[in-house]
Design a protein around this ligand. Sequence first.
Ligand SMILES: [Zn+2]
Length: 326
Amino acid sequence: MTSPTQTRRSPMVAMLETMPPASKRPATIAVPGEEDIPVTLVRGRARRPVGAIIAGVHGDEVEGVVALGELARDLDPSSLHGSLVVVHAANPAAVRAGTREHPVDSGDLNRAFPGGDGGATPRLARTVAGNLLDGLDALLTLHSWSRTGMAVPYVEYPAGSSEIHKRSRGLARVLGTRFVEAYDWPSGLLPAEGIRRGIASAEIEVGGLGAETPSGRGAVRRAVQRFLWFTGITAGAPEEAVKEPIEIRRTTLISSADGLASQRVGLGEWVEAGEPCVEVRSPDGGVLASLQAPRGGYVGIHLRFGWVEPGTAVAVLFHPERSSRG
Ligand SMILES: [Zn+2]
């Protein structure tokens, strides 16, 4: 891959370029008034291509943080052609607190890019973006659907038809998840800022409920290996064949009642149009609302468990884009 931003170098990319071939070192991104962001720089035999993988943007999504830490620790730099910036925890204070939002100002870091001056979260976003993005060829962000929900592994890529959108879609499709989604990212997402700067970008969601599991680590490990392969940072084919993912569009099911959400369909299971996905129940079992599939789809995300109110988003259906259910 060639980068349209090759003329500018972020401090992390510039530091990589001064390292000897086939070397690895810890680094930090200093955040004024806050804990430093832990980074590992892995310089392969060549400086480029250079990718970045980032975990811990949301502090309660630890699946990626743990898996990425293991991968960075074990990665042999002499096995890499290109180079890699590993950002272990983009929001260290939130990881420490176990919260999605920044504990200082309750901001959502993944809605704050490219950042600014207006509080702890915009300042953190500006620091991360400024120290990382310029000079990257590709970007992968690792997420895990927060403490309140759980998702089947899937990848979002930016909806659009430019060259950079197409490369991002290509990246998303090889990461090893069953589902991928073209998404109209709201401004403020880190990968949306990557796209704006001409960097192929994708965001993977693995797991949820604040958990960290063997299967989640496996999904993250596979995605990271595929990222390195697709971007040309490693040579050689992936260990397992790359299967065609299912392109999906989502429907969000919203509660119309006050009560307990009961998820009636398991994650990844298919529901036909008109079948109930969620029931909202009174504690004594009365069905107060039945949220049905408007058309056939897979249950992709259990957004909420426990008490919900009218207007609460409780589940997401993934509708295949093509006729095949995959
Ligand atoms: Zn997240």
